[in-house]
Each structure stands twice: as C-alpha cells, then as structure tokens.
Design a protein around this ligand. Structure first.
Ligand SMILES: [Zn+2]
Length: 246
C-alpha cells in the first residue's frame, strides 16, 4: 500500500466505544476529511457512563455522566466539523461484540452508506508495557469490522433490516487505527491543532486536560516513517475498488 495520494471519501463513519476515543486517535483525519467536504458520521457505542472514579459518586451518577459526556462529544465534533453524531447507549465497561451490536452497526452503515469506516483494531490486546487495551475498544472494533464485512453488504444477513428497507451497502475501505501493521499514513499537519482542541472538550476526563505536548509528540512519532511532520497511521483494508462502482 502506497501513500502517494491520500484517499478522500465522500462519506466516512467513525465507530468508537467511548466519547473521546475518536479524539485521541483519528480526529485529525476526520477533521481533514470534513474540511475537504466529506460527510462524517461519528458513532459512539457507549456514552462513557463509567468514566469517573469520584468517591462521592455512585450508580445514580451514571445517567448524569452519560448526558455530560454526550454533550462533550457533540462539542468536540462541532470543532472537527462533524455534523452527524449517533449514540447507541450501550453500557460503558460491559461491551461485548454481540450480534445485537453488529446488527445496530450494520443498520447504520446501510442507512448512511459510508465509503470508509474507521475503527480500532480488534486484535490489539496490549500496547507497550503499560496499557491493556480496554475490552470495550476491542469489542467495538470487532463488531465494527464484522458489520462492514460481511453484514452490511450481504443481503440475507439480518433480513429484518432488509424488510425495514435497509438495502445492502458495500463499504470501500476499512481504516483501522492502533494497528501494529500500519500501511497508510494520513498527514494531519493542518488539523492537529483542531484535534487537540476537540480533545479538550472532554472536560470530565482529566487525561484530556494537558494533552498538547504528548498528542503532538505522538503525531510526530506516527509520521516519522513517512517523513511527515504529523500523521495518524492506519492499516487499511481495500474491500472494493472504485472501478467496480461504474
Ligand atoms: Zn475508550
């Protein structure tokens, strides 16, 4: 896979487990595509309602936190130029790659017909020596990948979707972030500042407060291989060639 010419989708869908996942990882790419006229749909499977260890808070705080974090994600998406956000309201911290979730994502793909779906890497268990990948991230990624293929494009999978009028749709490319086998680099020089600004909209999450330096360093690290100043790296599955469209 070369990187001479960056692929620009007309419609892209980002599928993530929690509010802020997108903004830590792929927001520079999404902002770049949005600026170029791409319609971006941001899908949040959970609303991050377990994202607090405040000792004064209990179960009654979860719906409050969910609302707060949805508002933060909408604010972040406004910064990125994303006009369409979908919350699926699955419980945070308890996500599994169920058929129900795969069907919900299949429905969204068939409705919005994205050229590209952006998700995490379902095979990513460990990152470095310090981070065990959150199980919700792996579950979200697995459900997203299998919604893209085979469910979205296969007519007789989830026939109730077909009966509801959701015809099959073939996604052209799957962009997987957090892969150890990256093969495509998106230059985010012009949108890195927007990415950082979006990330800071997640005010309830303390790890977003002081991100300027390390997000910048991370983007530099990702870009190194292709001599890009700042980049986001992906493994890209090309599922359908443009010619097949004609
Ligand atoms: Zn997360």
């Amino acid at each position: 896979m070369s990187n001479e010419k960056e692929y620009l989708p007309k419609i892209a869908m980002s599928i993530q487990a929690h509010p802020d996942d997108q903004d830590f990882t792929v927001a520079g790419t999404l902002a770049k595509w949005a600026r170029a006229g791409c319609k971006v749909i941001s899908v949040l499977i959970t609303s991050g309602d377990s994202g607090s260890n405040d000792v004064t808070k209990g179960a009654e705080y979860k719906p409050v936190l969910a609302k707060l974090r949805e508002a933060e994600q909408l604010a972040a998406n406004a910064v990125l130029g994303i006009s369409e956000t979908v919350f699926l309201h699955y419980p945070d911290g308890e996500l599994v790659a169920s058929l129900a979730l795969r069907k919900d994502l299949t429905r969204l793909i068939r409705i919005h017909k994205p050229d590209i779906v952006v998700s995490g890497d379902p095979s990513g268990w460990f990152y470095g020596n310090g981070y065990i990948n959150h199980p919700d991230h792996r579950a979200a990624a697995e459900a997203a990948v299998y919604a893209v293929f085979p469910s979205a494009g296969t007519r007789l999978i989830f026939t109730d979707l077909l009966e509801a009028g959701h015809e099959p749709h073939d996604v052209k490319r799957l962009y997987i972030h957090g892969s150890e086998k990256s093969d495509t680099w998106v230059d985010i020089k012009d949108t890195l500042d927007i990415k950082i600004e979006a990330l800071k909209k997640h005010i309830s999450q303390s790890d977003t407060h002081d991100v300027d330096k390390w997000i910048r360093e991370w983007a530099m690290e990702e870009g190194k291989e292709k001599e890009l100043e700042y980049a986001e790296a992906y493994r890209v599955m090309i599922l359908k060639n443009e010619e097949e469209d004609k």
